[in-house]
Write a new protein. Structure first.
Length: 245
């Protein structure tokens, strides 16, 4: 359920391989071997090579090679073209989808979507007693999936705290085999998080779905990064509520 690829290792490999991949796109050879069309059968015309990326770093993770004939069929399954950053992106590497609909209606990667979302003042919840009191399960259910597991958090925001939900009941996950039957406690936990953020000196927060597992998901309360709240000694941040309780 919680098994994930080693994103840090993949990012390190991508950083070291960047020049090699960029050179291969120009030459058509990678590690001394000619690049061939991904489809591998009934190929016609010239080959084209395109770097592809994922949401975990700005370094390319591989090369998509297509002949003229297969390129006419469009981008193959497993990839999409981001209308925001104009890069070929992997659709997913964990249980999550890495694309969504952008403000202009085009398909964009979730890092681009996160930048749009953060910039829109209407998406922020003011941390007043009145606004916190009206947070309901419908409010939480409306949180957009804008951060993948192990994906870098945009520099404008930071996680304050989060809650882990069971995908079936939407109750708080309290262990690997135990979760609440209803979301009432999760809503109360989130209101408490927002109250704590207000008490730490923050005036607004964003609700972001920041992790999708096979049977669970997490929603985080994110605050502006430029405000440094008071922290207890010995901690860099707060643990997600639910999974470790």
């Amino acid at each position: 359920m919680w098994s994930l690829p080693d994103i840090q290792r993949l990012n390190c490999e991508a950083l070291s391989d960047r020049e090699k991949l960029e050179r291969a796109v120009q030459t058509g050879f990678l590690d001394g071997r000619r690049l061939y069309c991904e489809r591998g059968r009934i190929c016609l015309g010239q080959l084209s090579h395109q770097l592809w990326y994922d949401v975990f770093s700005d370094d390319p993770k591989g090369i998509l090679t297509q002949c003229d004939y297969h390129r006419s069929y469009g981008i193959p399954e497993g990839f999409f073209w981001c209308a925001g950053c104009h890069r070929l992106m992997a659709e997913n590497r964990t249980w999550e989808a890495y694309s969504t609909k952008g403000r202009d209606g085009g398909r964009i990667c979730i890092p681009c979507a996160a930048e749009e979302y953060i910039a829109d003042e209407d998406n922020w919840i003011p941390l007043t007693d009145e606004d916190i009191a009206v947070v309901t399960f419908d409010t939480l259910r409306g949180a957009r999936h804008l951060l993948g597991l192990s994906m870098p958090v945009p520099k404008q925001i930071r996680l304050f705290d989060s809650v882990t939900f069971d995908s079936a009941s939407c109750g708080i996950v309290r262990g690997f085999n135990r979760a609440d039957d209803t979301p009432e406690a999760a809503v109360e936990a989130f209101r408490n998080i927002l109250e704590e953020a207000k008490g730490a000196g923050h005036s607004r927060a964003l609700l972001i779905l920041d992790g999708a597992y096979e049977f669970a998901f997490t929603i985080g309360a994110y605050v502006p990064a430029e405000v440094v709240p008071r922290q207890k000694a010995g901690g860099k941040g707060r643990k997600a509520r639910g999974r470790h309780e």
